[in-house]
Design a protein around this ligand. Sequence first.
Ligand code: AMP
Length: 221
Amino acid sequence: MIIIMLGAQGTGKGTVAGLLSNELNIPQISTGDIFRKNIKEETKLGIEANKYISKGQLVPDDITVPMVSDVLDSDETKNGAILDGFPRTIEQAEKLDEILNKHNKKVDLVINLVTPRDEIITRITNRRVCSNQHCKATYNLILNPPSKEGICDKCGSKIVQREDDMDEQSIKNRLEIYDKQTSPLVEYYNEKGILRTEEISERINRLGKEVADDILKDIKN
Ligand code: AMP
């Protein structure tokens, strides 16, 4: 099964994808996480990608698409994948169809997460992630803080703030790019009849866990 997570930064794509991945036993493939791992390890790909990521810009397709293609061609995703952060443009969505076609696969479900903009900003500025690349647990200092300040509940490593979340201009750029380049994907997948839109908001007391539980109920039925 191939699932795509859509939604602006800070809506909870990573959280919902992680919950679905555990229950469905298919890997969560986050392009942002792959880039951050490469940046930390100072690989050629990481150094190149960081020129764009640090400014909140999209990494060009000639870097991003082959990277995703490699993962989707590998054994790791032979039973499916939950794509978190890809595609981000119509062009990437078309490339994704080509890659999946080679394996006689298609996108089965697109989950579109919607959160009010003021809540998004608070979520991004309070987002913290585990520094252990193998753990990748995410926290929110208000909604979902770790039990011990600064320490990951899951693996005991330090929790940190993503560099691109520290910079106000980068947050603004990323939301602008989402509105201009990524949000047209909502209509693109709606036309294909595979879109499921879910509101995530504190105001209606509906967070990632509730949304993931409802989606899982429907998938398993
Ligand atoms: P994320 O963790 O999904 O917020 O991604 C962090 C950053 O990685 C983004 O702001 C982009 O600079 C870059 N990135 C992640 N996925 C893509 C993609 N599909 N296309 C281009 N750039 C991406």
